[in-house]
Design a protein. Sequence first.
Length: 283
Amino acid sequence: MFGYISINKPQLKVCEYEIYKAIYCGLCRNLGREYGVFAKMILNYDLTFVSLLDMAVSDETPCYEQRKCRVNPFKKCTYCKDDGKHQSLSAAACVALFDLKVEDNIADSSFFKALGFRALHLFSKCWAKKAYKRYPELKSVIDDYREGQQLAESDPECSVDKASEPTAKAVSSILAMIKCDEKYRFVLERMGYCLGKWIYLCDAVDDLERDVKTGNFNVLKPCGKTKAEVRERIEPILNNCWTECAKYSELLEIYKYRSIIENILYEGLRSKQSKIFKEEHIK
């Protein structure tokens, strides 16, 4: 994904922030264990949220350990250890989505610029194959997303809803893969759909001015050429997405980390959205 789903740190208690960091570090270790040390470099906050939610709806008690950080061996970090029970799905989605992103970059880049992405694709393709072996249904999610996005971008009259639909469905399907009581499956799907639409539109706003210059597809171009011009039309849609997602989360049976999840959905998304609309924001 794009790394937009993150905490609002000033609003978290110190102990809550330490737990969030431990889950982040735990997912990092899981990526390294399952896909190799270089896979750690693609860790992002969006999939950390998936891992957090996966653990939150489970009644199992996680373990925490302190070890040297494998990225920075000069410091120690506390990480959440669950042996991949709840972090494996997040890790698999992380590498699968990264491989798709690399493929998109190859298609959108000039010949010489694409050479670097082609070299990177040698790694990402292998990671994705491993992920699909662990989660065969994930391949269908990615294939459907790719096909839906290509159809949307080839439509000259593509609407905001149509353009955001593939991402919304993909995130919905990923959250629906979380192991939980079946009666909460629909809630996770709706949360994922709203989050996916919010992520897509935030990225479209973030990339708008660059896409206007390069000529790349951006569904917001008909709305204006700058963030300021599209804000009046797009911000209400974004607000509706994160508020609906937050309301659906209240229907879940969450055994732990509720305050962290609420911080992300009520404070983190709103804060990130505000930063994106500021002209000085740099992605």
